[in-house]
Design a protein around this ligand. Structure first.
Ligand SMILES: CC(C)(COP(=O)(O)OP(=O)(O)OC[C@H]1O[C@@H](n2cnc3c(N)ncnc32)[C@H](O)[C@@H]1OP(=O)(O)O)[C@@H](O)C(=O)NCCC(=O)NCCS
Length: 170
């Protein structure tokens, strides 16, 4: 089922068939460096990850992380954008990741803009937040372009690095 569509992208929910793609995405340098190494190295581990994360979230929330597909390449999956309510943050959090060959082409902004529209008009979310490493310039630029503002440094995950917290009232 299509969750959102833009000029160039289609967003749908993940299924277990997406395990090989999630395996590829989670092992890109950008994911490992800026999101974190989840030690997912095989298709079976990726299927388990999907089951325990994306698919589980669909059952407990109205929203979740979606597969981003490119219309011009026959709906090839190129990334994942999503919304998630984490216990450690006050607001629903927006996140994004693309395969590196698709960076810098405006897909991040195009897809996450559609997601923010859904957040406001379909999921009735009133404030959105995001967390990012201070050195993640691409993420910071995208968040600012979406209208989010830097609030403060936070350490939501124990024994982990300090992150920058951004928010936007929708
Ligand atoms: C973050 C990410 C999704 C950005 O997607 P993208 O499609 O490349 O972003 P866009 O092309 O839509 O660019 C949005 C804005 O950010 C800017 N930008 C993108 N990459 C940048 C970079 N490396 N350095 C500085 N600015 C950058 C663009 O110039 C654009 O601003 P502009 O229109 O004012 O020029 C992508 O870099 C990514 O997947 N990174 C790895 C995973 C990750 O870090 N996720 C976030 C974890 S918090």
């Amino acid at each position: 089922m299509i969750v959102a569509e833009t000029d160039r992208l289609v967003l749908t929910k993940f299924t277990l068939d997406d395990a090989p793609f999630i395996l590829e995405l989670m092992n890109t340098p950008g994911w490992i460096r800026y999101i974190g190494d989840r030690n997912v190295r095989t298709v079976d581990q990726a299927a388990n990850y999907l089951k325990n994360n994306q698919l589980k979230a669909y059952e407990t929330q109205d929203y979740g992380y979606y597969k981003v597909m490119l219309k011009s390449e026959d709906l090839k999956p190129i990334g994942s954008f999503g919304l998630l309510k984490r216990d450690v943050l006050a607001y629903v959090d927006i996140g994004f990741s693309l395969l590196p060959e698709y960076y810098g082409k405006g897909y991040g902004y195009e897809g996450t803009s559609a997601l923010l529209h859904l957040a406001k008009h379909k999921f009735n979310i009133t404030t959105i937040c995001a967390i990012t490493l201070p050195e993640n310039q691409a993420s910071i630029k995208l968040l600012e372009k979406l209208g989010l503002s830097y609030q403060k440094r936070v350490q939501p995950f124990e024994n982990d690095e300090e992150l920058l917290l951004f928010t936007l009232d929708l």
